[in-house]
Design a protein. Sequence first.
Lengths: 550, 320
Amino acid sequence: MKYILSKKLGVLLIVAILIFIVGCTNDGGANPSASVPEVDSKSDTKNDSGSDAKKGGTLIIGMTAAGLPALDTHSTQGQEGYRFVGFQVYDGLTRFDLTQGEREPDVVPALAKSWEAPKDGGVTWTFHLRDDVDFHDGTHFNADAVIFNLERVLNQEFEYYSPQSSAGVSSNAQFIESYEKIDEYTITITTKEPWSIAHVNLAWVFMGSPDAIKKYGNEEYLEHPAGTGPFKFESKIDGQELVLVPNEDYYGEVPKLDKLILKPMPEPSTRVAALLAKEINWAEAPAPDSVARLKSDGYEIITGVYPHIWRAYLNEVSEPIKDVRVRQALNYAIDRESMVNDLIGGLGTPSTQYVYEGHPWFNEDAIDYSYDPDKAKQLLAEAGYPDGFDTRIIIPASGSGHMWPIPMTQFIQQNFADIGVNLKIDVVEWPTFQQLSRADFVDDRDALGYAHGTPTVTMRNFRSTFHSQDSGNRGKYINPKVDELIDQAFASYDDDERNGLIKEASKIVTDEAAILFVVHDLNSRALATNVKGFVQPQSWFIDLNSVTVE
Amino acid sequence: MLNYIMYRLLLMIPILIGVTLVVFVFNQLIPGDPVDFLVDIDATEEERAWVRNYLGLDEPLFTQYYIWMSNLLHGDFGVSVTKQADVLYLLLGALKNTAILILVGGAMAFLIALIIGIFSALYPSSIATSMANILGISTVSIPNFWAALMLIGLFSVTLGWLPTSGMITSGKESSTADFLMHLVLPATVVGLTTIGTMTRIIRSTFVDLLKQDFVLTLRAKGQGQGNILMHVFKNGLPPVLVIAGLEIGSLLGGSVITESIFNWPGIGKVLYDAISQRDYPVIQGGILITSFMFVTVNLIVDVVHGFVDPRIRKSLKGGA
């Protein structure tokens, strides 16, 4: 009896396993996704041949992001999420003009058609809103919508307060003290202290449809996002693709594309292979060693300067580094030209200042750190280190915006060896890196510093690197004159005056070699030849409205 | 037998509790902080503290563990910090994709190994056997990420026969055929190591069996090769099946890198991303579910083993 029972049980088990296997495979074949059923991604997909509707084609982009950025009013997956999802699906009150590549993008009206900066030492901004904008769900945009969205990220007592969104936009919204609706299409925003770049920061503070958020709640809203941007959400398959389509009612230039498909492809080799196999027609950040192959196959490699710097914070409280001559020597020791040309295949440009040449903050009168090992040795000798010294640098293994930290630091290591500085490299994973760098240099008085890449878009980035009172100033660089200039800039509501002040500060931090300037990234991307109309702006962000695929 | 299964099922409870403890403690030991993936790099300490508080990361460790466990017992695995989605929903979706990958890859590998293994046991000195041995050793020795890149280079980029990555072709109607095309390369890579290990085990098992007295007897009775093979097969299958079942564990492990390279949204990739972003709820839930699968597979293997091998069944009859 027992035997028969266990035999039956065994048969049952095997049948169960079989059902499981068959179930998996069938299901997987029909709908290979982990997404919710109601997304129903494929039912109404138009054929890619583009026979119907417009003929802008389908643009398929391989992103460096590890996953699909969340479609909330803040983007996940870092600034990559903002580049391809946030700024495409949403608008802030202002936005960057990304349609030209001649100069740094201006901040231009978006959901606000105009604004008035504070006057006479005041701190209140007035924004006049557009009255002709609808959200993707058809509801109307007005002052109440702005207040709702600000409440959602700034007021912890608010019913629809979203901690995630709040954390996501914190650095671009924390200057806000209060906000008020004046009439149906006018609001005011009051800052905590003079904050002359409020209109720049507000480009990142997106407006989502209050009705959609109320209807679906903060979590479900991610499946039914409704912004006002040039593209709107169509469908997604988790980990695979996000499909956006043009918002035909967009108040600006309606995108020419039929469809924009975003694919997360964190492996550089995967992106390049997919591009070569024609599965995508746009690959972000191809690896330097694949550039030659891509070029010879006719792909267009697009590069261009934008505010970004790969640099090392120098530990200005440690013994050799605190001497300005040592810091200058280190900056003279790096052969930036051959690093960008020979090592990273032209995907970067030498950095001798915080910003690239041609940027409003670039100061021609500052010291030019050309490659000069003799001068470096001489400076070291003057500082009392004729035989050099031993030091240590911490770098992340990889990550978005950090370029190729390991080979680049090894290159610097060789340059330093030539002037007698023995550099030890500690490679850590990015989360570990962040934790270490936040702890300042508590346990590592011998450390040279931390090297990685970051964008330098707003004045706040400049402040966080060089202002003595900013927690982002990891190297503990202190110069009261620089602090003063930065403070003045934050209180100046005139663009030229503001840029002039930072330019002046830029000379000081360059002359004092406050950080180790290495390279500026060039925002490389490889495009198939049938992708037309793309303009590379001097920005991390891009405009896809004029792009077509033939 | 039933007693035995009951006993094994009960044994899973302390094992899984052990897993939760280990995962929880190790999560705390790795440096890094999920807060960094929510806030801007320039965020102030106050902003960070607020997010920590919201995520409950400022509670004492014991309290955090207690909260997690009591939610788990209610079937609540928590919400992913970085993806803002329910952890169980994320993991089950990914688990399905991984299951397809390793079952197809494993089955293919097992069949190939069976053919090569038995053939080389029967004809140990033929040239084909030497070739098969070389193949077996290569599949074990070649790192699977390298094999993956080479296969993509050959079949996708150069020949253009198969897609490079993902599960679907963007911009095209999805179909089963399209899905299967996407499955070929990752499944092959996942199964690669298994081909090597299984071939060795199958060959040695069958070599031993062919030397047994009953084979000699069968030969003496004038039985043909095919008939002898049937008998050997019946005796050789149980131990081979056990090892094949245990291989699922290594297939699961090997899928992490394969999924990352092929952009296959399985549990390995989800875990890999979660670890690199310190997404604690996903790491904890993911490892718990993977462990559960592993323990379950072991249980099934043991039961099936007993089922096909009367000797084992007999020894289990009295219960544990």
